[in-house]
Design a protein around this ligand. Structure first.
Ligand code: AHN
Ligand code: ZN
Length: 322
């Protein structure tokens, strides 16, 4: 079996001491610290995405949403996470009270040094970018926009359960991200679950070294640029991730250029909680992918190669963290 080894080199040091006039080489340290990184299984991630899609659109205040919440909770529990479900009634832009659930799975709960991994799990109640205006008030299936990030993180959770990383990991599935005002100009109407969690984290004095948000990470030919808020608040983390992706040969997905300033769940985590966080989101010179907020955001867009690039890159980053 071929094992993925990620090797951190500790610089050789040569210590010379003088004893009674004669020079003696005291110690030569040449140490390689090898970290074993488990193999990301894109078939497995794909299946977790399909399982979410099978519920139908996961719009807050619907039975499909309730059922999917139970599924996510059960999966995290099955993988050995300590699971917290945070319930909150959040007011949408139109006054609707959204019965929201942020779902949190923690590994290695005793570890002080922690990494935060995030994705939203709800799906949008409008297809406001659909070519057919008659679809405007239909919810999207939210396969790339929602389920893909969750699917990648569930696969990572499965592996964390088998082999704990050195650091502690908190996986947070945010609710009510995608209920934003379709008429625009109302950036606070997005990301309601992450705004709530950032002001009321699931443990008192919650801290993490940094956070990584996944949003629309499943489509064929996805491109992830260095997003502006991520660079403002967490430049070092951006560079670490894009560098790791380059080492693994994934620079065709992780483009080493800055592009886009996107209101997403990482913004409240940066601005309210103060944990430096980056957004890995499919965005290009043409904006969001063409299936974004349309009836076409379905399983057809999902390609395992993209899931593999994202999952493998993040696993390497997390397992190398101390
Ligand atoms: C806005 O459209 C303001 N932000 C994009 C956040 C988002 C929506 N991600 C997925 N769906
Ligand atoms: Zn969306």
């Amino acid at each position: 079996m071929e094992k993925l080894l990620s090797v951190a080199f500790v610089l050789s040091t040569l210590l010379i001491s003088c004893n009674g006039g004669k020079s003696e080489v005291q110690k030569v340290v040449s140490e390689k610290v090898a970290v074993e990184v488990p193999k990301f299984n894109a078939d497995s991630a794909f299946q977790y995405i399909q399982n979410q899609a099978n519920f139908g659109p996961r719009v807050p205040n619907t039975v499909e949403h309730d059922d999917c919440a139970v599924y996510l909770q059960n999966e995290l529990t099955r993988f050995g996470a300590e699971v917290t479900v945070q319930n909150a009634n959040l007011r949408a832009f139109d006054g609707t009270i959204l019965k929201s659930k942020n779902i949190i799975g923690s590994f290695n709960v005793e570890a002080k040094s922690r990494v935060l991994l995030m994705s939203h799990w709800d799906s949008r109640p409008y297809s406001d970018h659909d070519a057919d205006e008659a679809n405007y008030n239909k919810p999207i299936l939210g396969v790339d926009d929602g389920a893909s990030g969750v699917g990648v993180l569930l696969e990572m959770a499965r592996l964390f359960g088998q082999q704990n990383p050195t650091v502690g990991v908190d996986i947070v599935f945010f609710d009510s991200e995608d209920y934003g005002n379709p008429r625009g100009g109302d950036s606070d109407s997005w990301c309601l679950g992450s705004q709530y969690w950032s002001a009321n984290p699931h443990t008192i004095n919650y801290r993490a070294k940094y956070g990584i948000l996944l949003d629309m990470v499943g489509a064929k030919d996805a491109t992830f640029h260095k997003e502006v808020y991520s660079m403002m608040y967490a430049k070092g983390v951006v560079e670490k991730i894009w560098q790791k992706a380059a080492e693994l040969g994934y620079s065709n997905y992780f483009i080493p250029q800055m592009l886009g300033q996107i209101t997403d769940d990482h913004v409240p985590v940066n601005e309210i909680l103060g944990v430096p966080s980056v957004d890995i989101i499919n965005f290009s010179e043409n904006g969001f992918p063409s299936h974004w907020h349309t009836q076409n955001d379905d399983m057809q867009n999902i390609e395992k190669k993209t899931l593999q690039a994202v999952g493998e890159t993040l696993l390497n980053v997390v397992y190398e963290e101390k």
